[in-house]
Design a protein. Structure first.
Length: 422
C-alpha cells in the first residue's frame, strides 16, 4: 500500500464479529496500525476521507475475525512418526515453513503448535515474528513431555531419539526439569500425554501413562512460569485425572463419559475434540475397503468420538477448533474442522465462535484476538459468500478475498499492493 495511507477501511460488509451475535449488515471496519480502530457505526468512520485509506469494498462478502486453530503439528511428513523422524531436521524445518504459510493462507491468523521435532516449531514462530517467513501467530508447545513407554516414547529402549517429538521424563522431579527445559528453549505452553492413542501401535489409549503426582508437578511448574498445560487424553479416566491435576485444555477426549465432561465444565477446562481426523479416517475406511476388523475399529472409534462431542455439548463444555494438522489433515485444510463441527451438531455460527472467541479463550489470548472489537489486534479475513449459509465455503481458499494479520495485508484479491503498519 501507499505508505501515505492511514490504514485500511473495509466497507459494505456483512460482519461476523466472533462473539456469536448476528452479523452486522453494511458494516464498516477501520484498521489503524495493527489494531481495529473502529467498527461502524462510529464517529471516526463517519468523518474520514476515504482517499486517505486503503478501501476494501466487501459487497457480497463476509468479514470475520482471523480464524484460530488450537491443535496443529507443523512439518509432519508421515503419520508414522518413526518414518517422520528420519528426515533431516533442516528439511523438516523447511516443510514446517511451507505448512505455516498454508495455514495462514487458509485464513487462520493464529495457530497453536502441539508438538514437533527438536526446536523446529519454536524457530518457525521466531522466524514469523522476525518477518523472515509468512505464517500465523504461533503459540508453541515444543516437544511433548511423555513418560517411559508413554505415547511419545515410541522407540525401543536400544534406540535413542534426542530430537523426536517426545521428551521422556519420569517422576515429579524429572517432570519439573522437563518443563523448565521446554520453557528455557522457548515454549509458550506445555504439552503432555495423559493417555496413549487409538492409532498408536505401542501405546493404546487405555494404557496408564502419567501419574496424578507427575501431572500435578507439570501443572504447578508451568503455572509458576505463566504457561498453560494441554494434555493428549483419550479415555474418560485420563480426562478426569488431567482435570483434577489442573490442566487447561483436553485434546481429543474420544471416550468421554458424563463424569469427565462434567468435571471439564466445572473446572472451565476447554475441550479440543479434533473430530475431523477421526471422521476422515472413518470416511476413508468406508471408501478404501479396509479389512473388516479395521473398519469395525475405526467405526467404533468414530461413533464413540461423535458421542463424546455430543455429550460435552449437552453438558456445556466449551469446545474449540483444532484440526490436528499434520496428522491425517494436511496444513491449509484447517477449516475442515468447522464443517465437521457443523456435521456434529453445531450451527455454522457456533462453529465460527469455536474457531474465534472460544479458541482465543482456550489459548488465553482473548484480550488481544479472537473477536472483532475496537482496540484488539486487527486479524481479519473477508470471504466471498456467507459461511452461515454453507460453512464449507471457508475451506475454499480461492474464496478468501482478504487476509489481514495484525494490520498487515497478507492477501488482497481486490487491491494488489501490500500494506504494512508504520
Ligand atoms: Zn496432535
Amino acid at each position: 500500500m501507499d505508505r501515505a495511507k492511514k490504514g485500511i477501511l473495509i466497507k459494505n460488509a456483512d460482519l461476523i464479529d466472533g462473539t456469536g451475535q448476528s452479523p452486522r449488515k453494511n458494516a464498516r471496519l477501520l484498521i489503524e496500525g495493527d489494531r481495529v480502530a473502529a467498527i461502524d457505526p462510529g464517529k471516526p468512520i463517519d468523518t474520514i476521507d476515504e482517499s486517505d485509506w486503503v478501501v476494501i469494498d466487501a459487497q457480497g462478502k463476509t468479514v470475520l475475525p482471523g480464524l484460530i486453530d488450537c491443535h496443529n503439528h507443523m512439518g509432519i511428513v508421515s503419520e508414522k512418526i518413526t518414518e517422520h523422524d528420519i528426515i533431516p531436521l533442516e528439511l523438516n524445518t523447511l516443510i514446517a515453513a511451507r505448512d505455516v504459510e498454508s495455514v495462514l493462507m487458509a485464513g487462520f491468523t493464529t495457530a497453536r503448535c502441539m508438538g514437533g521435532r527438536g526446536n523446529i516449531e519454536i524457530s518457525i514462530r521466531d522466524g514469523i515474528d522476525k518477518g523472515l517467513i509468512h505464517g500465523p501467530r504461533l503459540l508453541v508447545a515444543g516437544r511433548y513431555i511423555t513418560c517411559t513407554g508413554g505415547l511419545m516414547d515410541y522407540y525401543p529402549s536400544w534406540i535413542s531419539s534426542p530430537s523426536g517429538l517426545g521428551v521422556v521424563a519420569d517422576g515429579p522431579v524429572e517432570m519439573l526439569k522437563a518443563v523448565r527445559n521446554m520453557i528455557k528453549v522457548g515454549a509458550d505452553l506445555i504439552k503432555i500425554d495423559g493417555s496413549g492413542a487409538t492409532t498408536s501401535p505401542y501405546c493404546p489409549p487405555d494404557k496408564p501413562t502419567l501419574s496424578m503426582e507427575e501431572m500435578k508437578a507439570v501443572v504447578e511448574e508451568a503455572k509458576r512460569h505463566n504457561r498453560r498445560v494441554a494434555i493428549h487424553a483419550e479415555t474418560a479416566q485420563s480426562v478426569k485425572d488431567a482435570v483434577r491435576a489442573g490442566v487447561n485444555t483436553v485434546e481429543h477426549g474420544i471416550f468421554l463419559d458424563a463424569e469427565s465432561a462434567r468435571l471439564m465444565k466445572a473446572a472451565g477446562v476447554y475441550f479440543i475434540p479434533t473430530i475431523g481426523i477421526t471422521y476422515s479416517r472413518y470416511r476413508s475406511g468406508e471408501k478404501e475397503k479396509m479389512p473388516d476388523f479395521m473398519r469395525q475399529r475405526v467405526t467404533h472409534v468414530y461413533e464413540r468420538h461423535a458421542q463424546s462431542m455430543e455429550l460435552a455439548a449437552d453438558i456445556g463444555v466449551k469446545m474449540a477448533i483444532g484440526t490436528d494438522v499434520g496428522v491425517a489433515i494436511p496444513a491449509g485444510k484447517n477449516a475442515y474442522e468447522l464443517s465437521c463441527f457443523v456435521q456434529h451438531g453445531f450451527s455454522p455460527m457456533e462453529a465460527i465462535v469455536a474457531a474465534t472467541k472460544t479458541a482465543s479463550e482456550a489459548l488465553g489470548i482473548d484480550a488481544e484476538v479472537g473477536t472483532l472489537e475496537v482496540g484488539k489486534k486487527a486479524d481479519v479475513i473477508v470471504i466471498d459468500g456467507n459461511p452461515l449459509d454453507d460453512i464449507r465455503i471457508l475451506q475454499d481458499t480461492s474464496r478468501i478475498a482478504l487476509i489481514v494479520k495484525q494490520g498487515e495485508i497478507i492477501k488482497n484479491a481486490l487491491v494488489p499492493a501490500p500494506h504494512r503498519p508504520q
